[in-house]
Ligand binder design. Structure first.
Ligand code: IYR
Length: 222
């Protein structure tokens, strides 16, 4: 079965407008920071929904959209996630699961096993990748480039959250299997990232980082 095709003719910006919009876009994105100090101020569900819908516009292998966003504001579930995440993180940071090299790399970020943001942030969004789909009759549906597709959707979700004036953090407690258990996900879903969502606390602090320059991150053949 071949897909029907529809015209795609977005209107073009004039060149000067592209540049001014581009500069403003860069300034906006460059202002984004990963945040660990959240305000408990509530965020309406509709806002999180818009971010998920935006992220779900991501390109994906054969357009299978192999992801699930699980949004949690229930305090009891957030608490359960925090307890389980901290237990794993404690084993990683203090139980020898992370190499000395890794711990040294994280030193400037000031992270440790404690994850209070998992309870303070009004929402936790847990992104799962789907290894395969399941048809109505229970038959598996093949998915392609699952990690890549989910990674792209994750990036778009982070961008959307920032565009909405909110903050997030790509938290990847390791191992993450406890998220499948607590959130009751099926055998075809694997945790990809845990993203607390909220406003930054008024006194939030972030590490004083520098970003690589255009020369450091690109090579050009013109
Ligand atoms: N998962 C741990 C460790 C961690 C790893 C990296 I790579 C970071 O950039 C930050 C933290 C944690 O979330 O603390």
């Amino acid at each position: 079965m071949s897909a029907a095709f529809v015209p795609y003719a977005p209107s073009r910006l004039v060149p000067g407008e592209t540049l001014s919009r581009g500069r403003a876009m860069f300034d906006r994105y460059n202002a984004r920071r990963s945040v660990r100090d959240f305000s408990p101020a509530p965020v309406p569900r509709e806002i999180v929904e818009i971010a998920i819908r935006t992220a779900s516009t991501a390109p994906s292998g054969a357009h299978r959209q192999p992801w699930t966003f699980v949004a949690v504001s229930d305090p009891a579930i957030k608490r359960e996630i925090r307890i389980a995440a901290e237990a794993e993180e404690r084993k990683s940071y203090e139980g020898g699961r992370m190499s000395a090299e890794w711990l040294a790399a994280l030193e400037p970020l000031g992270t440790d096993w404690r994850k209070p943001f998992l309870e303070v942030a009004p929402w936790l969004v847990v992104l799962f990748e789907r290894t395969h789909g399941i048809a109505a009759d229970g038959q598996p549906i093949k998915h392609f480039y699952v990690r890549e597709s989910t990674g792209i959707a994750c990036g778009m979700f982070i961008a959307a959250i920032h565009e909405l004036g909110l903050a997030t953090l790509t938290h990847t407690p390791s191992p993450m299997a406890f998220l499948s258990r607590i959130l009751n996900r099926g055998e075809n879903e694997r945790p990809f990232a845990l993203l607390p969502i909220g406003y930054p606390a008024l006194d939030a602090m972030v590490p004083d980082l520098r970003r690589k320059s255009i020369e450091e991150v690109s090579v050009w053949f013109e």
